[in-house]
Ligand binder design. Structure first.
Ligand code: ADP
Length: 772
């Protein structure tokens, strides 16, 4: 299910609030909210019950007041009816009537004036409540007279009149009729008072003015209590009694007041649906108001009470409960704060510590560890930090070690990234370049290193796959120091390495210098030895040839031995000189068109004697002429003689040595095959290096120099040829030379290449015990 998307504003607020504030907020919400809701519910139900109580009270108060008003009027009317049956009045006996009316006034203090009126509307007796007779008037045209005599013959109750002193009063007129049969006067109602067929049945009437003062002060005013008060309106909605008497004096129309309006609209109903409403009063105060109709007069008695006072008790307790709620919020807030601190402190501590660890302070640890899940988390984090510290420590040590190795390595070692920028450089690089390390790291390798090979600029492809070796390069550093270097570029392929290439620079300046000094020394020594040796050889020759037969056999033998040793020494010196020439690059060759077949034949022939001496069969297979090539004839013959000589030397008697020359499209192949002692496999890779000898003290008496094959290889390579060997110990060896044909080489090119030096040895390049 998809979680409901949280609004970004809420997320923002939550982020800003932080965990502690959120927990605080949640706890407060969880505790205070129900409290507030309960409070609200309580207030609401309290208000409701207060309202219900107030409504019930108002209904009973208004009913009670209404009944009292009704009784008040009804009693007056009934009293008048009873009096109207008095014979004195009915016969208009003035004296007796005066007494009767006096009695009426005396009995009822509310009656302010009473008059006996004849059927023509003429007052016969008129007395005020001070019992003084009033001047009789004709009241024929008054509402009271007319209503009572013509309309129904019933008693008449006037609207409320306000006299000059502001007092309310009503006029009641009771017609005098003759009862058809004796009645229980005490229970008479006006309608039952007699038979009225028409105005002729009415003998006259009693008209009284009744002051309502006592009614208001005895009935309405006591009903007013606390903040509630009662008032009365007539059927038109005009106020007829009110605590504020000025309204009554003004005949204030209350029709627009909602409760009065309600009363008026229900005036004809005996049982109205609703007599209570909460609405604005005449003074625009929200009140609860109830009306009650007064049956006798169609007046409305109204009781109203401001809502605020109804709710007063709740409002009072509301204040208390708000105060309680606020203190609950404060207490809960404090509790939640300490709870949220209790919950979040360890989390914040963890957050702070992990941040520290993240920023590299691996020694940071969570110090307070609770015995709960958070405590376990803290322990785990501490352990993790410990392991990390240990791991980083180990790799730091490793790094230091590697750094130490790198920095103490004689070779300059560098690493470059994919863009050719230098990322690592060791101390030797600093020494080699003469630059500070910060001037090297981050720089393009081409900007720091400019190579030269044989005085020409040379560029290295640092991104060639595998391992590339670049020999004999020269590098001049910014201080102008020239270095002979060998560069090895390794491109790691096995794993995704940050370094795209690792470059090792061997500074060979010193070793080459040393090598040069050695060569110079050997060359000097050889040169210096040559002259005395030549002299010794000359004298020995002299003794040998001139002394001749005169010499003692023994002495002759010694002289011959000495001569052979001197020749061998001469060979050695000659070879040493040639080696120095090769190494200095000064070996001089005289290139011309030569016949390789001829060279081969000559070489084989010149050694037939040696072979025969060792009882070895030496043969040649191939053309005897016409195999042309560009080369130095003497040098070529030397090479061939050396190979054949070796083959004879390292083949035991009765062996076979076979020289073969064959033709390929571009080159000649010359092989020297023997059935000799062979060469051990482990010696083969070193065979063509200087001074290397496999069979040093050979029983055949070989006393070679270990230089022949080295010189042979150099000469063949100078002819752009190759030399190689296949051999098996005890079975024999095959030396193979390939040399380019005449057609494939330009003579001038070859000559130019060879004309580096004119130094030429009379006795050839490879000198061995051939002279023996
Ligand atoms: P030298 O013959 O003067 O010792 P070379 O350079 O000509 O020096 O030969 C080097 C070594 O190679 C020899 O000492 C020998 O042990 C070995 N060698 C050369 N040719 C042969 C061969 N045909 N059979 C066996 N060993 C050979």
């Amino acid at each position: 299910m998809q979680p409901a998307p949280t609004s970004p504003i809420v997320t923002n607020i939550m982020l800003k609030l932080g965990i502690r504030a959120r927990i605080l907020f949640l706890i407060l919400a969880a505790t205070v909210l129900p409290l507030l809701l309960m409070d609200l519910y309580w207030v609401n139900s309290q208000q409701q019950s207060l309202l219900n109580n107030a409504r019930a009270t108002q209904v009973s108060v208004t009913e009670n007041v209404g009944n009292q008003v009704d009784n008040f009027i009804s009693r007056k009317v009934r009293a008048l009816i009873i009096h109207s049956q008095s014979p004195s009045l009915q016969f208009f006996d003035i004296n007796k009537s005066t007494l009767e009316i006096d009695a009426l006034l005396f009995q009822d203090k509310d009656i302010t004036k009473a008059a006996l009126v004849d059927r023509n509307g003429q007052e016969v007796v008129s007395i005020k409540n001070d019992l003084k007779p009033d001047v009789p008037k004709n009241v024929k045209n008054t509402d009271a007279f007319r209503a009572a005599s013509y309309l129904s013959g019933k008693e008449y109750i006037s609207p409320v009149l306000i006299d000059a002193s502001g007092r309310p009063s009503i006029t009641i007129a009771v017609p005098m009729v003759t009862f058809t049969q004796p009645q229980d006067l005490s229970n008479l109602s006006t309608a039952e008072s007699g038979v009225v067929r028409g105005s002729q049945d009415i003998k006259g009437m009693l008209i009284v003015q009744v002051s309502l003062d006592s009614l208001w002060s005895n009935v309405l005013l006591p009903a007013s209590r606390d903040h509630g008060y009662a008032y009365a309106v007539d059927s038109q909605g005009t106020v007829i009694a009110h605590p504020d008497n000025s309204l009554v004096k003004m005949h204030k129309d209350f029709s627009a007041v909602p409760i009065v309006n309600l009363f008026k609209s229900n005036i004809d109903k005996t049982a109205p649906d609703n007599r209570t409403i909460a609405a604005n009063s005449e003074k625009n105060v929200l009140v609860l108001a109830t009306f009650q109709k007064v049956a006798a007069t169609n007046w409305g008695v109204i009781f109203e009470e401001p809502m605020s006072s109804i709710y007063q008790s709740v409002n009072n307790s509301l204040g208390v409960s708000v105060a309680l709620a606020i203190s609950a919020i404060v207490v809960m807030g404090l509790l939640s704060l300490s709870l949220s601190r209790y919950i979040t402190n360890p989390i914040l501590l963890i957050a702070r510590t992990t941040k520290q660890i993240g920023q590299g302070d691996l020694s940071a640890r969570i110090t307070r560890i609770a015995k709960d899940e958070i405590g376990e988390l803290s322990l785990d984090i501490n352990n993790m930090a410990g392991n990390l510290q240990e791991y980083i420590g180990r790799s730091e040590t490793q790094r230091h070690r590697i750094e130490a190795i790198l920095n103490n390595t004689v070779e300059s070692i560098l690493a470059i990234d994919g863009d050719g920028k230098i990322t690592i450089a060791n101390n030797s690089t600093v020494k080699l370049t003469g630059l500070r390390i910060d001037k090297i790291i981050g720089k393009q390798i081409e900007d720091i290193f400019k190579w030269q090979k044989q005085n020409n600029p040379f560029s290295i492809d640092f991104f060639a796959p595998g391992t590339q070796v670049y020999d004999e390069l020269a590098y001049t550093n910014p201080t102008g120091a020239l270095h002979d270097v060998k560069v090895i570029v390794v491109r790691p392929t096995e794993f995704q390495s940050a370094a795209q290439a690792i470059i090792t620079i061997h500074d060979e300046t010193e070793s080459r210098e040393l090598e040069k000094m050695k060569i110079d020394f050997v060359s000097l020594a050889a040169h210096e030895l040559r002259t005395p040796l030549a002299a010794v050889r000359g004298y020995l020759d002299l003794i040998s040839y001139q002394g001749g037969a005169n010499l003692d056999e023994k002495i002759k033998h010694y002289v011959d031995q000495s001569r052979t040793s001197v020749v061998e020494l001469g060979d050695l010196i000659g070879n040493l000189l040639n080696v120095t020439r090769i190494e200095r690059g000064t070996l001089a060759l005289t290139m011309s068109k030569i016949d390789l077949a001829d060279c081969a034949v000559q070489s084989v022939q010149s050694l037939q004697f040696n072979a025969a001496g060792r009882n070895i069969k030496l043969s040649y297979n191939g053309p005897t002429t016409g195999s042309f090539m560009i080369g130095d004839e003497v040098a070529m013959r030397e090479v061939l003689r050396n190979l054949v000589d070796n083959a004879i030397k390292y083949t035991l008697p009765n062996g076979v040595v076979e020289v073969t020359l064959s033709d390929r499209p571009q080159h000649y192949v010359l092989t020297v095959k023997d059935t000799g002692i062979g060469i051990p496999a482990k010696a083969l890779p070193h065979l063509f290096t200087k001074f290397y000898r496999v069979h040093g003290g050979l029983e055949s008496g070989s006393r070679g120099t270990g230089l022949g094959l080295f010189i042979a290889k150099s000469i063949v390579e100078r002819h752009n040829g190759t030399i190689g060997v296949v051999s098996k110990e005890g079975e024999g060896s095959v030396f193979t030379i390939t040399l380019p044909k005449f057609e494939s080489v330009s003579l001038t090119q070859a000559q130019a290449a060879a004309e580096q030096s004119n130094i030429r040895r009379k006795r050839g390049w490879i000198t061995k015990n051939i002279a023996r």
